[in-house]
Design a protein around this ligand. Structure first.
Ligand SMILES: Cc1cc2nc3c(=O)[nH]c(=O)nc-3n(C[C@H](O)[C@H](O)[C@H](O)COP(=O)(O)OP(=O)(O)OC[C@H]3O[C@@H](n4cnc5c(N)ncnc54)[C@H](O)[C@@H]3O)c2cc1C
Ligand SMILES: *[C@@H]1O[C@H](CO)[C@@H](O)[C@H](O)[C@H]1NC(C)=O
Ligand SMILES: *[C@@H]1O[C@H](CO)[C@@H](O)[C@H](O)[C@H]1NC(C)=O
Ligand SMILES: *[C@@H]1O[C@H](CO)[C@@H](O)[C@H](O)[C@H]1NC(C)=O
Ligand SMILES: *[C@@H]1O[C@H](CO)[C@@H](O)[C@H](O)[C@H]1NC(C)=O
Ligand SMILES: *[C@@H]1O[C@H](CO)[C@@H](O)[C@H](O)[C@H]1NC(C)=O
Ligand SMILES: *[C@@H]1O[C@H](CO)[C@@H](O)[C@H](O)[C@H]1NC(C)=O
Ligand SMILES: *[C@@H]1O[C@H](CO)[C@@H](O)[C@H](O)[C@H]1NC(C)=O
Ligand SMILES: *[C@@H]1O[C@H](CO)[C@@H](O)[C@H](O)[C@H]1NC(C)=O
Ligand SMILES: *[C@@H]1O[C@H](CO)[C@@H](O)[C@H](O)[C@H]1NC(C)=O
Length: 571
């Protein structure tokens, strides 16, 4: 029973990865409480067009506070499910990235009955969209009334892009549907184009359900490792990494076609034939800057015949021993990824990691990890590692275990190249040691290198990467390195502010280490990243901005650190 506990621990660690009315869009976007906010009559007219599915949304603890939302029974359920991401993704006003229910505004948590529940950043009204038409009506309404519009899918977003103070939201959770294709041909393809196996997923689908449906057909879809993250929303719009990115590329690389309601209310099919620029932007351009996705069609792949799952646990007893262990481990990462392993690691006070290798062998695991085994010869260091053959079901049970993942986490991150891992190791270790104060660390190894033994890498396809908007550094990255901070729900405003500033400082330190050419994964980035355009997209930002101006000329779709949103949230 040791391994499952370790894994539960690791999964919890992975997750630690993670002015008045106006936030950033006044005077251009109208929010609740302002004179420009539509009157009740207009809202009820909208409600009628969307089949009565306009919801007055509240924070997840509203049922536990005195006032009209109080409900003893619902409060009891809230207390039992507080960090359960299934419970959270089920509600229009609840966020798995809990911190973004409030942001800097007010409080609405449990055990605080006598305080009023602040609305925080929870959208005032949400449309529970059940059809493309619901989305079109909502987008047109927001554009006509000049509203601050947000799109909420699962509410996992680390940058607060799926909530907004005084906003109106389109909630995509109930847009469910998974359609499998034996031979998919994108719209507008040349007549000689041959079809390939694919799947079309609606935005409300979450990864665990997609994986299960895929397994029943003996295929996999390149997806993430949290069961409740959306399979066709913010994840892929940011690029989407996966333990299978090593073999099959990022999620964005696997997209064949998307359908979207654009800012003008038109429902479009976007692919390499119909609008190559728009398609390029949707593959990594990030957040809800581009419209409201109504489906994503991904390539599918065969389930590998076998897997190796491996883990390491290396403990140290002092800063000195930690430095030795961390140096060996960080410097070995390029070798580990090149040998075909991906996974997740924690490098605080030691090195705990979990790995998967499709088609792997125990022999390869032993050979690759042998240098780490030797670390136990250092006094004060204990090291254990092992690997076992696994099935696809075991993989799912291991990597997608824990639903209790709602936190207040905020990150600072960079994609690390072999050069940084091997030549800037001491600087990275200093940063890890100094981060202190509740900061964790995680590393998701994703290699896109051309690997010498092709049989290990399957169909890794670097060419496709140039057809996506993700930062150029993804081509060389061996992992997303992130440091994170967390706080209790009842932390003071001062503590939260101080911790946010520490993370911005650490993010600047990371720029010093990786250089100006470095970058990060937009979906796991610091929400207050100072030089965000460069750090998220590098040289690709200018092209993204010109496409944004074409597809959303009135800049209806604004979000924190999204393409074209110039005024942004501050720590
Ligand atoms: C516990 C946890 C585990 C994670 N694991 C992984 C992982 O393994 N790999 C990985 O790559 N990332 C991972 N992430 C990061 C994840 O990719 C982001 O949080 C992502 O933004 C989630 O997208 P969502 O649609 O589920 O969430 P939301 O918060 O609802 O939306 C995120 C962003 O996408 C926009 N959006 C959502 N749906 C639509 C739509 N239909 N049309 C247009 N815009 C839309 C929102 O407006 C917002 O800007 C993880 C996050 C968490 C909290
Ligand atoms: C929208 O209409 C439905 C059905 O009439 C009603 O139940 C619901 O309360 C309305 N929504 C709002 C926000 O008033
Ligand atoms: C989510 O909502 C559905 C339908 O309302 C319900 O069947 C399900 O039990 C809910 N799940 C959780 C975890 O609350
Ligand atoms: C997109 O189309 C261009 C030419 O129209 C072609 O060169 C390119 O390979 C296509 N890319 C993909 C991913 O299909
Ligand atoms: C791998 O190492 C373990 C532990 O040392 C050993 O028991 C096992 O036989 C090795 N397997 C292979 C295939 O080398
Ligand atoms: C490392 O420390 C953890 C937590 O104290 C412990 O459970 C584990 O057995 C230790 N592992 C080794 C290899 O010493
Ligand atoms: C480390 O730096 C040296 C000297 O600049 C360089 O030759 C080497 O290629 C670098 N290592 C990696 C992995 O890039
Ligand atoms: C370890 O290093 C950190 C950062 O340099 C320092 O703050 C901390 O006090 C050190 N811990 C010990 C036990 O020396
Ligand atoms: C695993 O091996 C099978 C059979 O050799 C091969 O078809 C498949 O592409 C491999 N998968 C990966 C991910 O390497
Ligand atoms: C704040 O929350 C923590 C964790 O839930 C709890 O242990 C602590 O007692 C709370 N503090 C106050 C002042 O309520």
């Amino acid at each position: 029973m040791y391994i499952p506990r370790l894994i539960a621990f690791l999964i919890s660690v992975i997750i630690l990865e993670t002015p008045a009315h106006a936030e950033f869009c006044i005077p251009h976007r109208c929010t609740f409480g302002e004179k420009c906010w539509p009157d009740e009559h207009s809202w009820q007219a909208l409600n009628a067009t969307v089949g009565g599915r306009l919801i007055r949304s509240f924070p997840s603890a509203a049922v536990c506070h005195q006032g009209p939302s109080y409900d003893a029974q619902a409060c009891d359920i809230a207390e039992k499910n507080w960090d359960n991401s299934f419970w959270r993704t089920n509600q229009s006003g609840a966020y798995s990235a809990l911190v973004w229910e409030m942001g800097k505004y007010g409080q609405c948590y449990l055990d605080d009955f006598h305080q009023p529940c602040d609305q925080g950043r929870v959208p005032y009204y949400s449309v529970d969209a059940r059809s493309v038409e619901d989305i079109q009506f909502s987008v047109n309404f927001a554009r006509d009334k000049d509203l601050y519009l947000v799109v909420k899918n699962t509410g996992h977003d680390h940058l607060g892009r799926s909530s907004g103070k005084g906003s109106f939201s389109i909630w995509t959770h109930h847009l469910k549907g998974i359609d499998w294709h034996d031979s998919f041909i994108p719209e507008g393809a040349a007549p000689e184009t041959s079809g390939i196996p694919a799947v079309t997923i609606q935005p409300g689908e979450q990864w665990l359900d997609v994986y299960r449906a895929a397994a029943a057909r003996n295929v996999i879809v390149v997806g993430g490792s949290a069961r409740t993250v959306g399979a066709a929303g913010g994840y892929v719009l940011g690029g989407g990494h996966s333990p299978f990115a090593h073999y099959y590329g990022l999620a964005a690389d696997n997209v064949l076609e998307m359908t979207i309601v654009s800012a003008d209310g038109t429902h479009r099919t976007v692919n390499n034939n119909t609008d190559p620029d728009y398609f390029w932007a949707l593959r990594g351009g990030g957040g809800n800057a581009w419209g409201v996705l109504t489906s994503v069609t991904y390539k599918t792949h065969h389930v590998p015949q076998s897997f190796i799952i491996g883990w390491t646990q290396i403990n140290t007893t002092s800063n000195e021993t930690f430095k030795k262990v961390a140096k060996q481990c960080l410097q070995l990462i390029p070798t580990i990824t090149e040998a075909g392993f991906t996974g997740y690691a924690n490098i605080e006070g030691g090195f705990s990691a979990i790995f998967v290798q499709p088609n792997g062998t125990l022999e390869n695991f032993n050979k690759t990890f042998a240098p780490l085994e030797k670390l136990s010869n250092i006094p004060g260091v204990s090291a254990q590692m092992a690997a076992y053959p696994a099935s696809w079901d075991m993989y799912l049970d291991t990597f997608l275990k824990d639903p209790n993942i709602a936190t207040n986490i905020q990150d600072a991150s960079r994609l690390l190249t072999a050069d940084v891992l091997q030549n800037k190791t001491d600087e990275l270790i200093e940063l890890i040691l100094e981060s202190g104060d509740g900061a964790g660390f995680n590393w998701n190894p994703i290699s896109n290198e051309i690997i010498s033994d092709k049989s290990l890498v399957g169909q890794a396809n670097n060419d496709e990467r140039d057809n996506t908007a993700v930062h150029e550094i993804w081509k060389q990255a061996h992992g997303v390195f992130s440091i994170s901070t967390d706080w209790n729900d009842n932390a003071t405003a001062e503590e939260k502010h101080r911790k946010r500033e520490v993370m911005v400082h650490l993010s600047n330190r990371l720029t010093d280490i990786v250089g100006e050419d470095g970058g990060t994964y937009v979906n796991e980035a610091n929400p207050y990243e100072p030089n965000w355009q460069q750090v998220f997209w590098g040289d690709k930002y200018q092209r993204l901005l010109s496409i944004k101006k074409r597809v959303d000329p009135t800049n209806l779709l604004v979000c924190n650190r999204c393409v074209g949103t110039d005024i942004i949230l501050e720590p």
